[in-house]
Design a protein around this ligand. Sequence first.
Ligand code: NAD
Ligand code: TYD
Length: 343
Amino acid sequence: MGQTILVTGGAGFIGSNLIRFIMQNRPDDRVINLDGLTYAGNLESLAEFTDNPRYEFVHSDISDSEKLDEVMPRVDCVLHLAAESHVDRSIHDPSLFLRTNIIGTQMLLDAFKKHKGKDGRFVYVSTDEVYGELPLDDKSQLFTESTPLKPNSPYAVSKTGGDMLARAYWHTYGMDVCITRCSNNFGPYQFPEKVIPLFVNNLIEGKTVPLYGDGSNIRDWLHVLDHCEAICRVLDDGKSGEAYNIGGNNERSNLELTRMLIELCDRDESAIERVPDRLGHDKRYAIDATKIKRELDWEPTRSAWPEALELTVQWYKDNRAWCDHVRSGEYRRFYEQNYAART
Ligand code: NAD
Ligand code: TYD
């Protein structure tokens, strides 16, 4: 029997890929996409489902308890992705991050507790950034699920607050909660403030790319569809109260990434503009994902470079209108024409 899955943040990068993944791979399930449509939410990413009877969009903030009272009784489980997600913005102004990522998560958990109690699973999509950073000079060190949480940026702190709250609702109220902690995602429909789409857009448009510091910082790159598959695996078979690391086995320095993008976009090294480093810039993230492989038989199959990066770059080359709309605010017209006008 299918279930009704509430995806929060479904108009964002990972959420829209996740909804497409569910619609294509879980034909018995229905999706309710609850999203507040901040600057990062673009319903054009899900245009093909606008009139699909298995899909419904609810325009709401995750802390709007009246809206949540209407929606929660109709759902079986929650995949919670809605968040302020950009580290640089959090350094500039942390307050919205704490409001959305901590208080918003608490409001959502409360609504789920009120209407579903222990009946139905709540998956909190967290991040490897809750663990802090690893040194660059000892590649044997990896984040495991028992690595102490030591978040460094305001974004990471806000995600850690949500992560720990989700666990507390399991511990305190006996709710069925799982947590996923993934590494940096890449793929289509990512807002062009994050490094890969930002650099690809700049390179295509003949501009320079702002590389922070010396470019030695390392990230583990995970294809968004590998991530979506892992989230569904945790929804179906994860153990209640547990956290699962999700990684791409794909560690790269920012300089290495930049050079690959330059090659894929037919530019040369003069496109690199060295800019001052991000404040408190985490050096290295690297994931030990043996737990999810051992317990849920998941491992990445779509994340290998250069192939997966090449396909992603091609997607941004082929979808200039999406990039222009989401950067210019033009994406709001799609919402007004297809949703706001109907209500
Ligand atoms: P995103 O910024 O692309 O999308 C966030 C979505 O949440 C947007 O559609 C936005 O409109 C919505 N939203 C924001 N505040 C809201 C609110 N108060 N109420 C309702 N909706 C709201 O983010 P993303 O990259 O897709 O990330 C999704 C989740 O995955 C986040 O929780 C993020 O912390 C986590 N995550 C992302 C990555 C990554 O590499 N992108 C890595 C690890 C974890
Ligand atoms: P980002 O995509 O913001 O993800 P996160 O901060 O969550 O890892 O950044 C990825 C890496 O790229 C990070 O080490 C910072 C670096 N970076 C740049 O060098 N220049 C940029 O303009 C941006 C946005 C990021």
